[in-house]
Design a protein around this ligand. Structure first.
Ligand SMILES: C[S@@+](CC[C@H](N)C(=O)[O-])C[C@H]1O[C@@H](n2cnc3c(N)ncnc32)[C@H](O)[C@@H]1O
Length: 269
């Protein structure tokens, strides 16, 4: 079924979903069609809890942290951090999905001034096909620096020059001791060996020497990045690994921590 039709169907089911959420004491969650936009419906809450732990354990999130969530979707992580941040903590979320940002503003930011959201009118074939700006040249107009920057399942929907442009701005957005947590599907020797053994959960088709697509007809649906090229690009833009890469289980790696691979970056010392 086409994505737009599925979206329409889910919108139609929103009233039913709302009734189920009332019965289950989950009225604080976004509606069904917005939750579907950001990943599997079955793990909306567990994925948030999982990443809360990663932010604490891998990126030193504390109650007073200033957090920037780029590609925040409909507030999955924001909802999870409501109780985690204290009165000094701040969360800024941004996304190209206007409906998601409108929901977050109305249901999160309006009642909690530690949380703010802004819309990026940036083009993405899957999430905002008519966006005004190109992700490859968009500049984040934020006069602020953050302790934690999160890009959860965002670079997995972006092209090489777009990732490059975002990565080139991270160093300026990070505090001296800040950490950026970004998820990827990384192409490397181990992943290739697992692919040959038929273990990769997603089969990627090489587009060039840097990126690969799961579906070349809809490239932005899932994008993988060559690990060496990515690390070189990050290094050239003033970033280095703050911790070893946390490989995910998507490649068939039985020790995978999460589903996607996780990079924890910091300003290069
Ligand atoms: C799979 S969803 C993940 C959303 C959220 N990070 C989460 O985990 O709940 C991918 C998100 O990336 C956003 N996105 C795609 N391209 C983007 C871009 N160039 N800049 C910012 N966000 C983008 C989409 O709108 C979507 O909300």
């Amino acid at each position: 079924m086409k994505r737009s039709w599925k979206k329409l169907l889910l919108k139609g089911l929103n009233p039913l979903d709302y009734s189920a959420r009332v019965l289950n004491n989950k009225t604080h969650l976004p509606p069904l069609d917005l939750r579907w936009d950001v990943g599997p419906l079955s793990n909306f809450e567990s994925s948030a809890a999982e990443f809360r732990l990663y932010l604490k354990l891998l990126a030193d999130l504390t109650p007073s942290s200033r957090v920037l969530d780029i590609g925040c979707g409909c507030g999955q992580i924001a909802l999870e951090l409501l109780d985690q941040l204290d009165k000094n903590g701040r969360y800024t979320g941004c996304d190209i999905n206007l409906a998601a940002i409108t929901w977050c503003r109305k249901f999160i930011a309006s009642t909690d001034d530690r949380f703010s959201f802004f819309h990026l009118d940036v083009r993405n074939g899957m999430y905002n096909p008519h966006g005004r700006h190109l992700a490859s040249s968009y500049r984040f107009d934020l006069n602020d620096q953050f302790d934690v920057i999160l890009l959860k399942s965002v670079f997995t929907h972006m092209m090489k020059d777009e990732v490059e442009n975002y990565v080139s701005q991270l160093s300026a957005l990070l505090n001296t001791r800040g950490r950026c947590v970004a998820t990827f599907f990384l192409l490397n020797d181990r992943q290739r060996a697992l692919a040959e053994a038929g273990k990769n959960v997603i089969a990627f088709h090489r587009h060039d020497d840097t990126i690969a697509f799961a579906n070349p007809q809809a490239p932005e649906s899932i994008v993988a990045f060559d690990e060496d090229k990515l690390l070189k690009m990050a290094s050239a833009r003033g970033l280095e690994l703050a911790r070893p890469i946390q490989y995910g289980a998507w490649s068939g790696d039985k020790n995978g921590l999460s589903h996607q691979d996780i990079l924890i970056l910091q300003k290069r010392s």
